[in-house]
Write a protein that binds this ligand. Structure first.
Ligand SMILES: [Zn+2]
Length: 166
């Protein structure tokens, strides 16, 4: 395996260290939970800092695949950002990176097989699904960002499966 230091050229890009961007790091924990729930073979996404071409700051931070590749814009720092804003921003960046680099919709609704979109609902950032093809399958909120894992675990000890209820 190639040592991490050999991967990057130019060498002035670096992984964000814990505590440097707490809001984005916290948001990425949630997004990575969704990644693990939907694409369990994938390693967690990371935050990568590069020298900025913006005058007002030294570096730009991107949500990247574990190998440092990304797609789309950097995260925009905002002193007024709440953690909810950070979740929305990081989830959007993660969605672009994952779906573009893996050439697949992500995340996909487990019920309808459709790629989902981010939405704000009651102050939470949620994954929204456009629903199925029949009229009995309307558009719906699948889960808050970070909560997809609560839906895909197949066998919970305390929960009856639908099959048993029939
Ligand atoms: Zn759905």
């Amino acid at each position: 395996m190639t040592p991490m230091s050999d991967i990057f050229d130019p060498p002035d890009r670096r992984w964000v260290l814990p505590g440097e961007y707490p809001l984005w790091e916290g948001a990425l924990v949630l997004v990575n939970r969704d990644l693990a729930a939907t694409l369990p073979d994938r390693e967690p996404l990371r935050l990568l800092a590069l020298p900025s071409w913006h005058e007002e700051r030294d570096e730009d931070v991107y949500v990247t695949m574990p190998n440092g590749e990304w797609q789309g814009n950097c995260l925009e720092p905002d002193p007024d950002d709440s953690s909810a804003d950070a979740v929305a921003a990081v989830a959007e960046a993660a969605q672009e990176t994952v779906s573009e680099l893996l050439w697949q919709a992500w995340p996909v609704c487990g019920e309808h097989g459709m790629g989902m979109h981010l939405r704000e609902e009651d102050g939470h950032t949620v994954w929204h699904c456009g629903g199925g093809r029949s009229t009995g399958e309307p558009a719906h909120v699948r889960a808050a960002v970070g909560a997809l894992d609560s839906l895909v675990r197949p066998h919970r000890p305390n929960r009856k499966s639908r099959r048993q209820e029939r």
